[in-house]
Design a protein around this ligand. Structure first.
Ligand code: NDP
Length: 443
């Protein structure tokens, strides 16, 4: 039955390898749940789960600073609304096409279920590249993108947020346009600025949440973060705040990267310098070595996984750790890997980690802190209140990340694969969504 479902997904979604990869991992791990619930087989819950409820693709025309007309493609996949309004980020990157957005949307369904908050799964974005564009160009693009997207979203329907290439600046331009068109000030996007409906700790949430999840993994593995050597790929939102939390807890982070290359600093990364380069000046990470002569810059991304470390945090993008990189990490003695990016390890790399008893935190559990605090932003918007940083941070750690860890661990044990958080997270998320879909009938 499982093979039949996967074959059908392959046939229906040609040329979308990332989506197929995400589906295969989930569908293979939930087979025992289907054996326990034959009613899910009859109701074709899995066949329905892998088919988005709605897929939107649209033209985004805009004008650059020279007056030339540019045309990009916009996407929003409203994947599953069984447990709440569609929720998931928007990615602006030249590599974006339908298969990327579908893989991200599919992952989002089970991730959102794991948070314990009422959020369905969705994702969107565009092949627009904000890099090298002026603020005015980014604004015109965001306005044109929202001109179409606004018909499909709403605070009780679909609530987008940021992802790669979409940070506070882009959310601001899109929110402004939505508000103008609809004449409504609502919580339609999350990741908003603090004085117009944003939540404290949303910026930090994915990175901090990743480390709160890692701490639970380490407790069970009887290891300490204090004094550990860490490598964190990427230098965007997730990586920066994961590194910040690691440093607060006494770990030494020695390497970070961007899409051009990576830096190694044996003295420990100077995070303030990275934040200035990436968050303020929007420059390349190679510039770091100018003011840090002890550090070394190397072109190319993969090499970062050849650096010896205790803890590896893939925080950049999908499939950034392949089998060879995983083997190198293991040979260098890595004892924990926690995924901040979505699907950053290939299926072969995951096998290497599990086989070698490396504590492994899969993305849909370990990086759920971002969307969880987006959920709390929605709650605060509905209440017309703002919670303190400490309140949100404590909720994120104790009520969200620790809870997700316990759920994934318990499901892995219940289904005979103790310690396998990949299977555990997939099953725990699926059980919640499947029971809601079943209860709501054939819709
Ligand atoms: P950002 O755009 O803030 O940062 C992305 C970082 O990864 C940048 O340093 C970027 O380099 C690098 N990068 C992007 N694409 C590639 C590539 N193809 N190869 C190598 N490096 C690359 O994004 P986020 O930090 O928000 O997102 C990072 C990952 O975390 C993504 O997988 C995202 O889906 C996931 N995630 C994000 C959440 C969030 O709340 N933001 C929540 C959950 C998951 P450069 O500067 O050169 O572009």
């Amino acid at each position: 039955m499982i093979k039949g479902i996967i074959d059908q997904v392959k046939k229906r979604n040609p040329g979308e390898p990332e989506f197929i990869q995400a589906v295969e991992e989930v569908v293979e791990s939930i087979a025992p749940v289907l054996d326990k619930h034959p009613e899910y087989k009859i109701a074709k819950i899995v066949e329905r789960l892998v088919e988005p409820e709605r897929q939107l693709m649209f033209r985004v025309p805009w004008q650059d600073d020279k007056g030339n007309v540019q045309v990009n493609r916009g996407f929003r996949i409203e994947f599953n609304s069984a447990i709440g309004p569609y929720k998931g980020g928007l990615r602006f990157h030249p590599s974006v096409y339908l298969g990327i957005i579908k893989f991200l949307g599919f992952e989002q369904i089970l991730k959102n279920a794991l948070t314990g908050l009422p959020m369905g799964g969705g994702k969107g974005g565009s092949d627009f590249d904000p890099k090298g564009k002026s603020d005015a160009e980014v604004m015109r693009f965001c306005q044109s993108f929202m001109m179409e997207l606004c018909r499909h979203i709403g605070p009780d329907t679909d609530v987008p947020a940021g992802d790669i290439g979409v940070g506070g600046r882009e959310i601001g331009y899109m929110f402004g346009m939505y508000k103008k068109i609809r004449n409504e000030f609502t919580g339609v996007l999350t990741g908003k600025g603090l004085n117009w409906g944003g939540s404290l700790a949303r910026t930090e949430a994915t990175g901090y949440g990743l480390i709160y999840f890692l701490l639970q993994m380490l407790k069970d593995a009887k290891k300490e973060i204090k004094g550990a050597t860490v490598v964190s790929s990427g230098s965007g939102n997730v990586s920066i705040y994961a590194v910040q939390k690691c440093q607060q807890l006494g770990a030494k982070v020695v390497a970070m990267s961007d899409s051009n290359g990576y830096i190694y600093d044996a003295n420990g990364i100077d995070l303030k310098a990275i934040q200035k380069l990436k968050e303020v000046e929007r420059k390349r990470i190679s510039e770091y070595v100018k003011d840090h002569p002890s550090a070394k810059y190397t072109e190319g991304c993969n090499g970062i996984w050849t650096i010896k470390c205790d803890i590896a945090l893939p925080n950049a993008t999908q499939n950034e750790i392949d089998e060879k990189s995983a083997e190198k990490l293991v040979a260098n003695g890595v004892w924990a890997v926690a995924e901040g990016a979505n699907m950053p390890s290939t299926p072969e790399a995951i096998k290497v980690f599990l086989k070698n008893k490396v504590a492994f935190g899969p993305a849909k559990a370990a990086n759920a802190g971002g969307v969880a605090v987006s959920g709390l932003e929605m709650t605060q918007n509905s209440q017309r209140l703002s919670w303190s940083f400490a309140e949100v941070d404590k909720y994120l750690d104790e009520k969200i990340m620790q809870h997700i860890y316990r759920q994934a661990k318990a499901a892995a044990e219940e289904y005979g694969q103790p310690g396998n958080l990949v299977v555990g997270a997939n099953i725990a998320g699926f059980e919640k969504v499947a029971s809601a879909m079943y209860a709501q009938g054939l819709v």
